[in-house]
Write a protein that binds this ligand. Structure first.
Ligand code: BEZ
Length: 234
């Protein structure tokens, strides 16, 4: 077991492809058993620095407003900060009762918000990054697939509110990659062409370059095909 000079245990940060570290926690929606109870769904587990702070408030309002859209894509949301349950409850009540922002008002946060005063979960997930803060979680986003595997991780500093279009885009792109065995190019959005796996033999490379029927090859290793929004949603 590796330790720091202060004799603290060093917990390795989870990586893409790892099983999501498991934990049980108290949340604003009751106890959760993570990731076990989410088997079969995608989950976005995200941390925020603190309750009753402006950037976090704007983010929670955005996420709560988009929750149905994420749920419709078989994705559940779970938030976390290093605050206690009563602080979470008071903050979510304030958001609903008092805050109006960019056309959003009366916003009810119905996804679970984990209390993590001990930082046990935050440390397991590498959400405490001492160069940024010793006491506040950074804005981490873990995309966890229906088998409990971490598929993408994004970290933002305390001062930077997340882009929720990008979180949704990333989710849909990973689901498309799984379902259609494709990859998605830079700035891909649903409805755009997707990338087919690179030819694995000289014969396939030749065939693709000579006979471009359903795919378009920029070169033998870079071929795209259509994937309509309708097919994506089927
Ligand atoms: C915020 O959410 O506004 C915030 C939280 C911690 C540090 C800086 C900003």
């Amino acid at each position: 077991m590796e330790r720091t000079e202060q004799n603290n245990i060093i917990v390795p940060m989870p990586r893409i492809g790892d099983k999501a570290p498991d934990f049980k926690a108290v949340t604003t929606q009751g106890e959760i058993n993570f990731p076990k109870q989410y088997e079969g769904s995608w989950v976005i587990l995200f941390s925020h620095p603190a309750d009753f702070t402006p950037v976090c408030t704007s983010e929670f309002m955005a996420f709560a407003t988009l929750e149905k859209k994420f749920n419709a894509a078989n994705c559940k949301l779970v938030g976390l900060s290093v605050d206690g349950l009563y602080s979470h409850i008071a903050w979510l009540r304030t958001i609903k009762e008092k805050i109006e922002y960019k056309g959003m008002k009366n916003v009810e946060v119905t996804f679970p918000l984990i209390e993590d005063i001990t930082m046990e979960v935050a440390k397991k997930y590498g959400m405490i990054q001492p160069g940024e803060s010793n006491t506040k979680a950074v804005r981490a986003v873990f995309f966890i697939d229906p088998k409990g595997i971490i598929r993408a991780i994004i970290y933002y500093p305390l001062s930077l509110g997340r882009n929720f279009d990008e979180l949704y885009r990333a989710l849909i792109a990973m689901q498309a990659a799984d379902k259609f065995s494709i990859a998605t190019p830079a700035d891909w959005r649903p409805g755009d062409d997707v990338i087919v796996p690179t030819a694995g033999s000289c014969g396939v490379a030749k065939e693709r370059m000579e006979n471009q029927k359903d795919i378009y090859c920029h070169d033998w290793f870079f071929c795209t095909k259509k994937l309509s929004k309708e097919d994506l949603e089927k």
